[in-house]
Design a protein around this ligand. Structure first.
Ligand code: ADP
Length: 601
């Protein structure tokens, strides 16, 4: 029970006690007033009674002694007095005196009790009725015992009646108070239940007044309304929360929500995946304590830095940094979180997997470095050869001049190839369609092989071409497919050791609705982890060194040509130290493929 309730209860008790004391005092005052009044009236009546008694006795005494002698008078008065005293205990004495004041007779009541009481005396003159002369006086002494008895009985009766009245009054007040507080208690219990969240709680009372019943009904109505409101509210909140969770879960980036004390209050599935968490171990724990698989605190330092910013700085420029977790590079952005009322409640860390972009950036910069290196070399060679021929050409014999021009030609071809590669890259990577016509792939293989004859010779390499006899004509862009095969061939030549053999095969795989071309070399081979990446743009295994020339675009162009523009597929099989087999397949009947409707029109 709260202090307020205690206070109001005490005040109520005080009021009841005050009421009772006041009513007691009132009743007592009325009782005393009534008793005093009755006592007064009794005394007056008693006085009158004594007066009347003495008068009657005076008249009677005159009457019974009128003709008697002195001695007879004494006897008459004595016997009369005794009979009076006997019949009335309240009379303590009777006294008869002559006119001169001498005592004629005095009779006393022998009752001991009366002798102790205070006696009141009433005198009346004895008058002769005939001549109206005074012949003496009679004095009657009254003990007052009757009036004492009457007044004590009256007092007791009044006290009894008033006590009963007071008791009934007090009882009614207490019962009434109890009944009122009982209803209040029922109401108080109901309010307690409601305040503790038990909406819908009903209160009931038996034999309550109409007003109280009305109050109870209103309370029950309010409780029911609160219950409905709460149910609707919970439903709404749950719906909103589910929506929010669905949005959060479907965000492709990781989201970690932290409160003001750095405790994680929410994180989505992607965040768990990126942070390499298996369960909810990070939930409700401090984000600063998060360590990656190598035991590094990934966020601690940056969060401290963020917390040292002013609120304005936090809002205007979120902290952005990269962390590496499990080989993945995660771009992390810390930004503040506010309620609708703009109260700061914590911060959100968004995690974006930028591994791929970072790798691409690196590859792009390596590509630019490679291209500039690749361009510089032939340009330098061309410049020095042309310079030599221009200044000293006449000094050389025709054979040497031819040799010079041959070298110039080779370098120009190399330059041309590189420029073509870059141009092809932008052309093939775009969505522009390339022209296709029905062509003989077998003839294309022969043509490409003959084009690299010179290179093969230069590198002392043998070539073995194996072709299936019946290969159907296919729809393809002749130049694009020729460039793709030449790419495979020049790579094989580039990486094959001297005196080894390069094997070119052409299969007709009718059952698979495809024709496949493979180029096999006995070169250094490619490690499995690199095999997946060789077809990516700008990827070069030997990026760190410029030992073998290239831009990292060749195989990417082959893949784009075959897969994007001809609906075929490319592949590589390789073993480090033993060689590689690069290949591509082209579909025979395009109408059997689901994805090429555009090209069939
Ligand atoms: P580049 O023009 O630089 O040669 P490519 O896209 O043609 O680029 O090749 C990508 C990478 O694949 C090369 O850097 C090389 O490491 C590897 N590669 C391609 N062909 C072969 C091969 N026949 N043998 C070994 N490695 C090869």
């Amino acid at each position: 029970m709260s202090n307020n309730q205690k206070m109001s209860f005490t005040t109520q008790n005080r009021l009841i006690i005050f009421g009772l004391v006041l009513s007691t005092l009132l009743i007592m005052a009325i009782a005393v007033f009534a008793t005093v009044n009755i006592q007064k009236n009794l005394n007056e009546s008693y006085q009158n009674f004594g007066q009347v008694m003495s008068k009657i006795l005076a008249i009677e005494s005159v009457e019974i002694t009128k003709d008697a002698s002195k001695t007879q008078t004494f006897d008459i008065l004595k016997s009369h007095s005794e009979s009076i005293l006997k019949s009335n205990e309240d009379i303590t004495f009777l006294e008869f005196r002559a006119q001169d004041g001498s005592l004629i007779y005095k009779a006393k009541n022998n009752n001991e009790e009366n002798s102790k009481r205070p006696s009141v005396a009433f005198s009346s003159p004895m008058t002769n009725i005939i001549d109206n002369t005074n012949i003496g006086s009679v004095t009657v002494g009254l003990s007052g015992s009757i009036i004492g008895k009457v007044s004590s009985t009256t007092r007791a009766s009044i006290l009894f009646v008033f006590t009963i009245v007071w008791l009934v009054f007090a009882f009614v007040i207490l019962i009434n108070t109890y009944l009122i507080t009982r209803e209040l208690r029922i109401l108080r219990d109901g309010v307690h239940k409601i305040s503790s969240g038990e909406f819908g709680y009903k209160i009931e009372g038996e034999n309550v007044s109409d007003e109280v019943q009305e109050l109870f009904d209103s309370f029950n109505d309010m409780s029911a309304r609160l219950n409905i409101y709460e149910e609707q509210n919970i439903e709404q909140i749950t719906l909103e929360r589910n929506k929010l969770e669905a949005v959060l879960m479907s965000i492709v980036n990781g989201v970690v929500v932290c409160d003001n004390n750095d405790n994680v209050v929410l994180l989505n599935g992607h965040a768990k995946e990126l942070l390499e968490l298996e369960g909810d171990e990070l939930l409700n724990s401090n984000i600063q304590q998060y360590v990656d698989t190598e035991g590094e605190y990934c966020f601690s330092e940056k969060i401290d830095e963020y917390k040292n910013l002013s609120m304005e700085e936090k809002t205007s420029k979120p902290i952005i940094f990269n962390v590496t977790i499990g080989g993945r590079i995660l771009k992390s952005i810390i930004s503040p979180m506010f309620t609708r009322n703009h109260d700061y409640v914590g911060y959100i860390i968004v995690l974006i997997d930028v591994t791929r972009e970072t790798e691409m950036d690196l590859m792009k910069s390596q590509f630019i470095s490679n291209v500039s290196h690749e361009l510089r070399t032939p340009v330098t060679v061309l410049r020095s050869y042309i310079d030599t021929l221009y200044n000293y050409g006449e000094e050389f014999d025709i054979e040497t001049q031819k040799e010079f021009i041959g070298t110039l030609n080779t370098e120009i071809v190399r330059l041309n190839r590189m420029v073509n590669d870059i141009l092809d890259f932008s052309r093939l990577d775009s969505n522009a369609k390339i022209e296709k016509s029905e062509n003989d792939i077998s003839q294309l293989v022969d043509s490409c092989v003959s084009q690299v004859e010179v290179l093969l010779k230069e590198n002392n390499l043998k070539i073995d071409v194996q072709k299936d006899n019946e290969v159907p004509l296919l729809m393809f862009n002749y130049d694009a497919i020729a460039r793709a095969l030449t790419n495979y061939l020049s790579n094989a030549i580039k990486y094959a050791p001297q005196d080894s053999t390069i094997t070119v095969k052409l299969f007709n795989e009718v059952d698979k609705n495809q024709v496949t071309v493979t180029v096999k070399d006995e070169g250094c081979g490619i490690a499995p982890e690199h095999q997946k990446k060789v077809f990516e743009r700008f990827f070069r295994v030997e990026n760190k060194t410029h030992s073998v020339k290239g831009t990292g675009l060749g195989l990417h162009l082959v893949k784009t040509t075959i897969e994007k523009h001809h609906y075929g597929n490319v592949f590589v099989q390789s073993q480090v130290g033993q060689g590689s087999t690069f290949g591509f397949s082209l579909p025979i009947d395009l109408s059997k493929l689901d994805c090429v409707e555009d090209d069939l029109v």
